[in-house]
Design a protein around this ligand. Structure first.
Ligand SMILES: Nc1nc2c(c(=O)[nH]1)N[C@H]1C(S)=C(S)[C@@H](COP(=O)(O)O)O[C@H]1N2
Ligand SMILES: [Mo]
Length: 378
């Protein structure tokens, strides 16, 4: 390719379309996986009406896998994106800056792509660290910008298709014409980028893929840390439910045949066990052993029709996660429990004492703690 855009200060042979394509080979799929798993997460948490009734409760590990992939692909994309930006940054100084309307539009779309991609990776990464140093609400903004980035990315790939095609295969005709030494340089750069992406993945993915948890170096969460070997996002004190009176506690079940249960009555009901993960949207996940009452038994006793949705309301006075809803697949799944015990002990206050919801294939944000009420929805 003719170096049409590089002013003389950029001699680097690696600032070229071939290197950009080689990195894009990985960066593109990382963004695609991140976007698709992000969509899954979004629609799991905010399903439109028709979808709410269709959300499957199996496989048990479904959300853990997709959210683990979301955070892992986003994390791996950080070194890939930085390398890609390094490769193409001389184009920032292209002269003349705008050659035509088409060129102007192309530059604008790349600007949107770069700004949006940096924004998504930065906010996502800070979110995994539970740090929200911005004045807007993370979820809707992260979601909206994801569409912007994906649109700009599709446009970018379409515009660059001829160059991508020319450089995609490992031995394109151009290779032989390159100056000696270029091949090894490029290979070294790509090896370093691959090693960087691999290293950040291996040292963080253990936060959700627990077989690799001993390799965790940079992950904000150690899945072992926390009461009863399970991490906590919001503690009982932070949620304002720490002054709890077991004598006065009642589980209220609303439905065609409403009833209430004391804590002792809950304990006296048939208890069931389930091995289920908490899969937090922030990227950590941990499996645990839960014991409790089946939600199915409670809603059937309340006279719920087979396809009824169920709302779970916490004792927590305020906060975004005090209420969650589930479709009939979750409500009727034998593994969906109002758990009273965790790993063989009564729930720790921070895990939702006296009862918390635990259901298969469900994001952590919807595993409501300190449950005070179940409502069968018409
Ligand atoms: N009432 C209530 N339930 C809640 C939350 C909350 O803030 N309030 N946080 C949710 C989030 S984000 C997660 S990841 C899980 C964490 O459960 P754990 O603290 O027992 O691990 O609880 C969920 N249940
Ligand atoms: Mo979470």
């Amino acid at each position: 390719m003719k170096p049409r855009v590089s002013p003389p200060q950029f001699h680097g042979r690696l600032h070229d379309a071939r290197t950009a394509t080689s990195i894009g080979r990985w960066l593109g799929p990382a963004f695609a996986v991140c976007f698709l798993t992000g969509l899954i997460s979004h629609f799991t948490q905010h399903p439109p009406g028709w979808l709410a009734d269709a959300m499957p409760s199996r496989p048990v590990w479904g959300y853990r896998l997709t959210q683990g992939l979301h955070v892992a692909s986003g994390t791996a994309a950080v070194p890939l994106l930085l390398a890609k930006l390094w490769t193409v940054y001389p184009r920032l100084f292209a002269r003349p800056p705008l050659r035509s309307l088409r060129h102007a539009l192309e530059r604008l779309s790349v600007a949107v792509l770069v700004a949006g991609a940096l924004f998504e990776l930065a906010t996502g990464l800070l979110n995994t660290a539970q740090w929200y140093p911005w004045p807007f609400s993370f979820v809707p903004v992260h979601y909206a910008v994801a569409w912007l980035v994906t649109g700009a990315l599709v446009l970018h790939v379409a515009v660059k298709a001829p160059e991508i095609k020319a450089h995609w295969s490992r031995r394109s005709p151009g290779t032989l014409a390159l100056p000696a030494g270029d091949g090894p340089d490029r290979r070294s750069l790509l090896a370093a980028v691959t090693a960087g992406a691999g290293a950040v993945t291996l040292t963080t993915v253990g936060q959700s893929f627990t077989p690799l948890k001993d390799l965790i170096l940079f992950a904000p969460r150690d899945p072992d840390q926390g009461p009863q070997s399970l991490p906590v996002n919001r503690t009982a004190v932070a949620a304002g439910v720490d002054r709890f009176d077991a004598e006065r506690y009642r589980l209220v079940v609303r439905g065609p045949r409403p009833f209430t249960l004391t804590l002792d009555e809950l304990r006296a009901l048939p208890q069931h066990e389930a091995e289920l993960p908490i899969a937090c949207v922030e990227g950590w996940s941990r499996s645990a052993h839960w014991t409790g009452v089946r939600v199915k038994d409670l809603v059937e006793r309340a006279g719920a029709p087979a396809h009824a949705r169920v709302r779970v309301v916490s004792l927590q006075p305020r906060g975004g996660y005090r209420v969650s809803e589930m479709g009939h697949a979750h409500a009727r799944d034998p593994l969906t429990l109002l758990a009273l015990r965790l790993n063989g002990e009564e729930l720790d206050p921070d895990h939702g004492y006296p009862v918390r919801l635990i259901a298969p294939n469900r994001p952590g944000v919807l595993q409501t703690k300190w449950v005070g009420r179940l409502e069968v929805l018409a």
